[in-house]
Design a protein around this ligand. Structure first.
Ligand code: SF4
Length: 71
């Protein structure tokens, strides 16, 4: 299944891990919390490697606040 949508719910502790793992989709602005990058949609369901990177970020988030919806 490919990832159709990704978002971050409340509770991010700004550890930066998601951005380190997949900077195409996640960014953690200085002093802020994680958000999806502008234009991240073009990376969704693009290829298996990119989906794997996103899923790795989801699984690695220490507070489990990254959500994905599969198509
Ligand atoms: S991995 Fe989780 S806690 Fe860390 S910056 Fe990303 S969303 Fe926030």
């Amino acid at each position: 299944m490919a990832i159709k949508r990704v978002w971050i719910v409340e509770g991010c502790i700004a550890c930066n891990l998601c951005e380190d793992l997949c900077p195409e989709v996640f960014e953690v602005p200085a002093g802020g919390t994680s958000q999806t990058t502008k234009g991240h949609q073009k990376f969704l369901a693009r290829d298996e490697d990119m989906d794997d990177k996103i899923r790795e970020a989801v699984e690695s988030c220490p507070v489990e606040v990254i959500e994905v919806e599969d198509s």
